[in-house]
Design a protein around this ligand. Structure first.
Ligand SMILES: Cc1cc2nc3c(=O)[nH]c(=O)nc-3n(C[C@H](O)[C@H](O)[C@H](O)COP(=O)(O)O)c2cc1C
Length: 368
């Protein structure tokens, strides 16, 4: 059995699959279910100085694996959250990361209130609503850091356009990163009535779930390249393999939000179990052996090969069951299914999508 323990800023977690700030981490009862469901760590719903007034409705099932939400932050006053929720959440025995937001003034107050309570192991501040002024980012981080003595993590919004600048401004202030928050603004509505599915003023909300996984991976991989501080990945995680990708991109742990809403609170343990099986099968003994693997040259050789003009989809006829999935997906009509699958080289533009849709692994991009 692989060792799933992970360590972030000196905090030891039994496995790397945590809750994320959201409806499934809003109170003690939710988080008790998350613990029973196998979560390795707890991140609580964001609290702020003014409780949120959340529009109704605020979650829409955009596709089976994606959500749109307009939920904002916690509706519970922060003093009450700390007194009545956080104290009980602490008793669950898992490491606790409190999520806080948003302005420097808010973070000063929340930092001072949480400091010395012994109820949390770390704090994560969300930059979701911090304006794009880079200077403000540093001021916000400093406001929290100066007022609390547990590790401070910055949770990035995917709206951050200049990652190197953001890291430069934050890296000497904070202790680690979380990426990413939901993506948006985003809009969807009923075509018959024109009524948005979300009750926010303008009908807009934020996209999360499966579709945002590649954006999350991009952020984690970029932060890993730019900073030596630990990163926690979040965005679109549903399976053990998704976690492997985040770890390889550079994360030391992950958080799961949408999948816990769509599939229930057992999802954390299920994902951690799948991760364990994958690691055993691929001979990775511990989390450390996976972290940052994507950045190693031998891992990315394949990627560089794809730029070579001599690379073509090549069929292994012994694996091809002639299902026709590759023929259907090829917009250039370069694949034909006669007696065998055949490639018309002169039509193939080497995009590679046929190799991705092949369910049997019969197609591979290879040197001619
Ligand atoms: C309904 C809902 C509420 C959320 N509330 C918060 C929040 O209060 N604070 C925060 O930092 N992120 C919040 N998020 C963002 C998630 O923590 C997470 O970063 C994002 O959804 C991407 O992960 P996922 O694809 O696993 O959902 C929320 C997401 C959803 C879907």
């Amino acid at each position: 059995m692989a060792d799933l323990k992970t360590n972030i800023c000196g905090i030891e977690f039994v496995n790397p699959v945590f809750t994320a700030a959201g409806p499934t981490s809003a109170n003690y009862e939710m988080l008790e279910r998350a613990k029973l469901g196998g979560a390795g760590g707890i991140v609580t719903k964001t609290i702020s100085v003014i409780p949120a007034r959340v529009p109704i409705p605020n979650i829409s099932n955009f596709t089976p694996n994606n959500l749109l939400n307009a939920e904002l932050w916690s509706e519970i006053p922060y003093q009450k959250f700390i007194e009545s929720e956080l104290k009980r959440i602490r008793s669950l025995g898992l490491p606790v990361i409190a999520s806080v937001g948003y302005s420097p003034e808010d973070l000063e107050i929340l930092g001072r209130t949480l400091n010395g309570t012994g109820l949390i192991d770390a704090v994560e501040f969300s930059i979701h609503y911090v304006d794009k002024d880079a200077g403000n980012l540093r001021t916000t981080a400093l406001a929290l850091k100066k007022n609390i003595n547990v590790p401070v993590l910055a949770k990035f919004s995917p709206a951050v356009s200049n990652l190197p600048l953001a890291i430069e401004l934050l890296d000497d202030v904070i202790d680690g990163y979380v990426a990413i928050n939901s993506v948006g603004p985003a809009l969807d509505f009923d075509v018959e009535t024109g009524k948005p599915f979300l009750g926010s003023m303008d009908g807009r909300g934020w996209l999360s779930g499966r579709a945002i996984l590649p954006i999350g991976l991009h952020f984690v991989a970029s932060i890993y390249s730019l900073s030596k501080k630990p990163v926690i990945g979040v965005g679109g995680i549903r399976t053990g393999e998704d976690v492997v990708k985040y770890l390889m991109a550079g994360a030391s742990a992950v958080q799961v939000c949408s999948a816990s809403i769509l599939k229930g609170q057992n999802v954390y343990g299920k994902i951690a179990g799948d991760l364990n099986k994958w690691m055993d099968k691929h001979n990775y003994p511990d989390i450390k052996s996976l972290v940052g693997k994507f950045h190693q040259q031998e891992m990315r050789k394949q990627y560089f090969l794809f730029e070579d003009k001599q690379i073509l989809p090549t069929v292994d006829l012994s694996l091809c069951d002639k299902c026709g999935a590759c023929v259907k997906i090829c917009v250039h009509n370069a694949l034909k299914l006669n007696e065998h699958l055949e490639l018309k080289k002169e039509l193939c533009v080497r995009c590679g999508i046929c190799t991705q849709v092949c369910p049997t692994g019969a197609l591979e991009m290879k040197e001619e």
